[in-house]
Design a protein around this ligand. Structure first.
Ligand code: FES
Length: 138
């Protein structure tokens, strides 16, 4: 039986349902953390004003950039749990936190929330400061 015969036998509705199911699952699988990163930001730009204060963070290029008590840190905004782009920085415990389902990661990306949602860890990027230019890179 070829593809056309198969589709004729099961009918268009079933074919649509199968296609929709596949697209749904494919979308879910495409939520792994983003690939290589290498860009710079200017800390003097108004858009980056939050980074003037310890505990502040900005999100740009799908990366969360935070000013921690130990300097600048960066992580993907894409959570490893279900791929929601809801990673934030919590200064009170120096952690990355996903507002979707509560996954928490230490500053090095290791899951610490204990609810299983952070078990895959979080992609962390390097930072390097030169003057007022902050480089974020893989
Ligand atoms: S998507 Fe982040 S905790 Fe579920």
């Amino acid at each position: 039986m070829d593809r056309k015969e198969f589709l004729n036998k099961i009918g268009f509705g079933a074919a649509f349902a199968l296609t929709a199911t596949c697209l749904g699952s494919c979308k879910k699988e495409a939520t792994t953390p983003s690939g290589p990163v290498d860009f710079t930001i200017n800390l003097n730009d108004a858009a980056n004003a939050a980074l003037a204060t310890t505990g502040g963070y900005v999100i740009t290029n799908a990366v969360v950039i935070a000013k921690t008590v130990n300097g600048y840190a960066a992580a993907t905004v894409i959570c490893s749990h279900e791929g929601k782009q809801q990673i934030t920085y919590r200064s009170n415990n120096n952690q990355w936190y996903c507002t979707a389902h509560g996954a928490a990661f230490n500053i090095n990306g290791t899951g610490v929330s204990g609810n299983g949602n952070a078990s895959k860890g979080l992609t962390i990027y390097n930072t390097a400061l030169t003057g007022t230019t902050l480089r974020i890179y893989s």
